[in-house]
Design a binder for this molecule. Structure first.
Ligand code: ADP
Ligand code: MG
Length: 629
């Protein structure tokens, strides 16, 4: 073993800096949080080249006294926390006293600051954490920090930077969340000389949402509130009709801090359980306030994850706030339908009646309600496990390669094979040789009894009854085909491009991976800062699923791109799931039989997500259940 030595201070500082400052967006986040903590009412953020060459954050807050300016850049120097006890009740965003030191260690920093009422301000310049100049300066009240040439002295870190576009969108997303968290502060975000966001700072959540997320999102929201002695929730959630194909517009703030939390996400989505089909997600901007002691923000260095002391209280707060808002929205829409109907009855001109406004609205409403009831009924029936004695035996299956296209969409124009695999057998053509295999089934003899609940194929095979989840089986087949390079998707042109609004980060992720997506049959183009226009999609995927497939893919891409096999698997799963026949839709005899054949032939055992594909109920089990043996 080499001798153990203590790291030199500057090396230790660089390591510590790496934890706080990972990319331009983390610098912007820390600087904005400092500005918010300074009590500012106006904050301006400006970046150039994704923040790599230039970041400037200006505020009109409390400023820093001349004698404290240098101290602010020391590690663990903070004005916000005095002792361990204070950690429990932390009310400010920053508290570790690390940010300025960490940022300065890996860049060239210029600070200008003046306390309100002070005669003059102070200017401080640092390079790689070392002070190069400090002098009095005429400066407006508040603080301006300019960070240039991020990571200029840490080339290893520089290599990890993404494209300027991706870094910019990371910054934009941080600014958006910060700005959303404080409707009482006016934020301006300037990117490469152009103003991207400007919030009014009038303390109104709706006007803040409008200026950051746009008219369309704002219009689909209704206010949501709940409170009890431990937790209060306020903000906005989307009406069921305004649900989206992704979760990009779910924002949760706990005690003013933006938080990622599965608990909050599932509390929100539970509230929509009976009003949204799967694959549709609510949006929200929710502010959750609870006693500081209820939340442990110290679990994550970036402070974006929290632990709640009482998860149930928090869950209920969000759940009931959303539920109340949904009820209100539905009541409003029923009222407006009623009002429409009244107006037709009372004042209805012939023109009105001819145009059938009333009828259309009413039918839609009935259709929708009908849909919910039906879905609930299916779930309940399925939930009453009549087959308690069933056992999930081991089943193996082989891959079937015929995708069953049920609903041809008129939006699709033409097909061109994409170049994903080297296989020369077209994957999805009815003339396909494998299609013959598909119909002829396997050499195993089984008898198709039918389909139950539009989900389960029932077959009789070797003295047993098998129940097969048709979606899971088909999904596995697609997945294996994709993974083994046997998948040659047909890419279909859409008559009109589908515009998917996925948020900044996902948009730039998709654009940066456009080449790979093309190999899977998608063509995506930039469409404004936070949207992509999709002109081609794989023929196996419904047009209506485009947004949700792309957004699922983003989740994979976010965690490491397409280079890793596990990441590719994740992408394949998304496509396989969407391309597979849907549970809940009736299928033809031929496709049921073909799927069952693949399952009994022994290669398909679990869906790509690990759920079993089939259940076997042996004759012995049945006989026993009926008291025959
Ligand atoms: P922390 O925010 O965790 O205290 P930082 O390194 O981010 O640590 O900042 C160190 C200190 O510098 C803060 O505690 C605060 O006193 C001061 N400071 C930093 N930015 C500003 C600002 N924009 N306005 C006023 N004071 C600031
Ligand atoms: Mg700070």
């Amino acid at each position: 073993m080499p001798k153990i030595l203590e790291l030199e201070q500057h090396v230790a500082d660089l390591i510590a800096a790496g934890e706080v400052v990972q990319r331009p967006s983390s610098v912007v986040k820390e600087l904005m949080e400092n500005s918010i903590d300074s009590g500012a009412s106006i904050v301006t953020v400006e970046i150039a080249s994704g923040g790599m060459t230039y970041i400037r954050v200006t505020d009109n807050g409390c400023g820093i006294a001349a004698e404290d300016v240098k101290t602010a850049f020391l590690r663990h120097a903070t004005s916000k926390l005095r002792d361990a006890h204070g950690l429990e009740a932390i009310g400010t965003l920053g508290f570790r006293g690390e940010a300025l030191a960490a940022i300065a260690a890996v860049s060239r920093v210029e600070l200008m600051t003046r306390e309100p009422g002070a005669n003059e301000g102070t200017s401080l310049t640092l390079e790689a954490g070392v002070v190069v100049n400090m002098s009095p300066v005429g400066s407006p009240e508040g603080t301006t920090i300019i960070v240039r040439d991020l990571f200029f002295n840490t080339p290893a870190r520089l290599k990890f930077m993404k494209t300027d576009r991706a870094e910019s969108s990371g910054v934009a997303s941080v600014v958006l969340k910060c700005a959303l968290s404080r409707p009482d502060i006016s934020f301006r975000f300037i990117k490469d000389g152009k103003t991207e966001y400007h919030t009014p700072g009038d303390s109104r959540v709706d006007s803040c949402i409008y200026s950051l997320l746009g008219r369309e999102i704002e219009a689909g929201l209704v206010s949501a509130e709940s409170s009890d002695e431990a937790v209060s929730v306020s903000g906005f959630v989307s009406t069921p009709a305004a649900a989206r194909g992704n979760r990009s517009y779910q924002f949760f703030f706990v005690n003013g801090r933006v938080i990622r939390s599965l608990l909050l996400q599932s509390a929100l989505e539970q509230a929509y359980k009976n009003t949204l089909p799967s694959g549709r997600y609510p949006s929200c901007v929710l502010f959750i306030t609870t006693k500081p002691g209820n939340v442990d923000v110290n679990v994550h260095p970036a402070k974006t994850e929290v632990k709640f002391v009482s998860e149930k209280q928090i869950f209920d707060g969000v759940y009931y706030a959303a539920l109340g808002a949904i009820d209100k929205a539905q009541l409003n829409s029923t009222n407006s339908i009623q009002a429409e109907s009244d107006s037709v009855t009372l004042y209805g001109s012939d023109k009105n009646r001819e145009s059938g406004n009333y009828n259309i609205l009413n039918t839609e409403a009935q259709g929708r309600t009908g849909g919910y009831t039906e879905r609930r009924a299916v779930r309940e029936t399925a939930g009453h496990g009549g087959f308690k004695t069933m056992q999930a035996d081991e089943f193996l299956g082989t891959y079937v390669s015929e995708p069953i296209k049920e609903y041809p969409y008129s939006n699709k124009l033409s097909s061109t094979p994409s170049q994903f695999s080297g296989s020369d057998i077209p994957y999805n053509t009815p003339q396909n040789k494998e299609d013959e295999n598909f119909t002829s089934g396997s050499d195993k003899d089984f008898r198709l009894i039918g389909e139950a609940l539009n989900v389960y194929i029932i077959i009789e095979y070797e003295n047993s009854i098998w129940l097969i989840d048709k979606h899971a089986a088909h999904e596995r087949i697609h997945f294996d085909a994709l993974r083994n390079g046997k998948y040659e998707t047909m890419s279909e042109s859409l008559i009109s491009p589908v515009v998917c609004r996925l948020g900044h980060e996902d948009t730039s992720l998709l654009l940066d991976n456009a080449g790979f997506l093309e190999t899977l049959g998608f063509s995506v183009e930039s469409f404004g800062e936070d949207s992509v226009a999709v002109r081609h999609i794989p023929s196996e995927i419904d047009v209506g699923d485009t947004e949700s497939v792309l957004s699922e893919m983003c989740q994979q891409l976010r965690h490491g791109g397409v280079a890793l096999p596990s990441q590719r698997d994740g992408l394949f799963k998304s496509i396989a799931c969407k391309a597979a026949i849907k549970a809940g839709r009736a299928s033809g005899h031929r496709e049921l039989e073909a799927l069952a054949a693949r399952v009994v032939s022994g290669e398909v055992s679990h869906c790509p997500h690990g759920r079993p594909v089939a259940f076997e109920i042996t004759k012995a089990t049945l006989d026993k259940g009926f008291g025959r043996i």
